[in-house]
Design a protein around this ligand. Structure first.
Ligand code: GN1
Ligand code: MG
Length: 361
């Protein structure tokens, strides 16, 4: 029984708290995450890493510990209570390991639950968009001097466009005719976008855009806010790896500026909010530090477009593969997610033309 298992796993970690109940936190698509309520606070977040997706679950957890430790040192001037709200605090096991491996070979990690906090699936106003920008820019700034050689590459080629295209081609070969037929418009769109969607990758490979430590999953639901909608910290550091700033900038935009959630099926509700784009960008540039080069700045909007596209491409690939990667709630879920992302690109492309280039660079 799940509860018995959670109690057993919880008891492996170092704490002085008594288990009371659990609640599954269902917003992620990959791992299984549980809020563990105790008889007396603090509460904890216990997480089982999906090692089908993350081949080196152990390395991933060590990455997360190291990144948190680095940020904790940089924020050491804060009072302890505040520090624990500004960065994830991971808990070791009773025998001082960073993870617990259960009898079935699953890897678990545990962190403090940050109380009196909220997340957004859909952004409610410009202030939240601005705060979101401060959080993702701030994360890049806080990790800019982190020694990347200490990180394992959790998922190699995670945001690599050529790799994602080749996975898409493979999926097309094995897909059922029914799925190919239902996805034909999206497949055509993907084919027609190939050249533009490889621009950033070429700039990265030529060294024109430099590689640094990035979060790689900056969707807005991975940002924590206090009860006054002020940004607290970025969570879900599973995919922290070397990357380019454009994708962190872009993945936040993808979710902040979508007027609907990523799972919305009614495409008339999916539009790009340019005011949120401006507010987010302001927050991002205020906190990211002065280290962005002119070329990095110039390509931020293409970063947003590319990351929206890559998510649509990955959702569609998974649909063609008969849903082997993302958790789904109904058969066409991944197709609908892809349609949602591609509708967002259409709206983005129209709206972004209104922006004076000077405003974002
Ligand atoms: C997955 O960790 P989670 O469920 O928040 C995915 C991200 C996608 C996201 C889309 C390891 O994120 O790349 O942006 O779904 N993570 C992985 O919601 O593939
Ligand atoms: Mg994630």
């Amino acid at each position: 029984m799940l509860e018995e298992q959670l109690k057993q796993v919880f008891s492996q970690f170092k704490h002085n708290n008594e288990y009371e109940s659990y609640k599954e936190l269902v917003s992620g698509h990959i791992n299984n995450t549980y809020l563990i309520k105790t008889t007396e606070k603090p509460y904890f977040v216990l997480q089982r890493i999906n090692h089908g997706v993350f081949k080196d679950a152990q390395g991933l957890i060590i990455n997360k510990f190291n990144i948190s430790q680095h940020i904790q040192k940089k924020l050491a001037h804060l009072p302890e209570k505040e520090l624990k709200r500004r960065v994830l605090t991971f808990i070791k096991t009773k025998d001082s390991n960073k993870y617990y491996k259960d009898n079935e070979g699953n890897y678990w990690n545990m962190m403090l639950f940050i109380d009196e906090s909220i997340t957004f699936e859909i952004v409610i106003n410009e202030e939240v968009a601005y705060e979101g920008g401060k959080l993702s820019g701030g994360f890049l700034n806080l990790t800019s001097d982190f020694d990347a050689s200490k990180l394992i590459e959790v998922i190699p080629k995670f945001h690599d466009m050529s790799f994602r295209y080749s996975q898409f081609e493979d999926a097309r070969r094995v897909a059922s005719n029914q799925r190919l037929n239902l996805a034909k418009n999206q497949i055509r769109f993907i084919e027609g976008s190939r050249a533009e969607m490889h621009i950033l990758q070429s700039l990265k490979e030529s060294g024109a855009i430099k590689t640094r430590v990035t979060h790689n999953d900056t969707k807005i639901s991975n940002a924590l806010f206090d009860l006054n909608n002020k940004g607290l910290c970025v969570i879900d550091t599973d995919t922290v790896m070397p990357g380019i700033v454009h994708y962190d900038f872009g993945d936040a935009i993808r979710t902040i500026c979508n007027t609907a959630s990523e799972d919305e099926k009614d495409l008339s509700l999916v539009n790009f909010n340019l005011d949120y784009y401006k507010a987010y960008t302001r927050g991002f540039l205020e906190t990211v530090g002065s280290s962005l080069s002119p070329i990095e700045l110039r390509y931020l909007p293409l970063g947003a477009k590319s990351i929206i596209f890559i998510m649509g491409l990955r959702f569609l690939t998974d649909y063609l593969n008969s849903d082997i990667y993302y958790k789904i709630k109904y058969p066409e879920h991944n197709l609908d997610r892809a349609k949602n992302q591609f509708k967002l690109i259409e709206s983005f492309s129209k709206k972004i033309k209104q922006l004076d280039k000077q405003e974002v660079s």
